[in-house]
Design a protein around this ligand. Structure first.
Ligand code: CUA
Length: 192
């Protein structure tokens, strides 16, 4: 009759020790992989959240009114040689310039906008435009309006005490009428 309380033979003890060592090595290896994945995810996340958007355009917000693309005389709608329209907008506490934007229907419109001070929201109701305007960066967004009409353009990012009063209007007019008006003016806005 076998004595159940007696220790296992040496060979059995050795093999359990080998198994335990192997298990602990594999456990260490698996944990190391998990730690590596977590570290990579954290590094990637921090890097992604601290970098500006891909294909970013930068601009000096303190120079907007003095020189470059966003000087006051260059704001509003301009017809490009390919027939598209570029609209340049500056947001500042607490208004957009221009306050009323004039664009043609059924035309590719490229909105180029930036902020002179705080982060502002840039949203045109009834369109695909929904972005932020960050000082130091240019937001360039394409849009197309099928029909003439008026669209509200509210700032939808809290930017200070006057935030809720900050909005502009986008007036979409007939394409032929717009291009007739643009023939004698370099930049268009609703009130000229
Ligand atoms: Cu600008 Cu809110």
């Amino acid at each position: 009759m076998t004595d159940m309380t007696s220790p296992p033979p040496n060979s059995h003890r050795d093999s359990s020790a080998v198994t335990a060592r192997a298990e602990s090595r594999w456990a260490t290896f698996a944990i190391a992989i998990l730690v590596l994945i977590v570290v990579l995810a954290v590094i990637g996340g921090i890097r992604h959240s601290t970098l500006p958007q891909y294909q970013v355009e930068t601009i000096d917000p303190s120079m907007l009114h003095i020189s470059g693309e966003f000087v006051e005389s260059n704001l509003g709608s301009a017809v490009e040689s390919d027939g598209s329209v570029t609209v340049r907008i500056v947001a500042q506490q607490y208004s957009f310039t221009p306050q009323c934007i004039l664009v043609p229907a059924a035309t590719l419109i490229v909105f180029r906008a930036t902020s002179a001070d705080a982060i502002h929201g840039f949203l045109i109701e009834g369109s695909n435009i929904n972005s932020m305007l960050v000082p130091g960066y240019v937001s360039s967004l394409p849009a197309r309006f099928d029909q003439p009409g008026e669209h509200l353009m509210p700032c939808h990012e809290f930017c200070g005490v006057g935030h809720q009063a900050m909005w502009a209007t986008v007036k979409v007019i007939d394409k032929a009428e717009f291009f007739k008006m643009s023939a004698n003016r370099r930049r268009l806005a609703c009130v000229d």
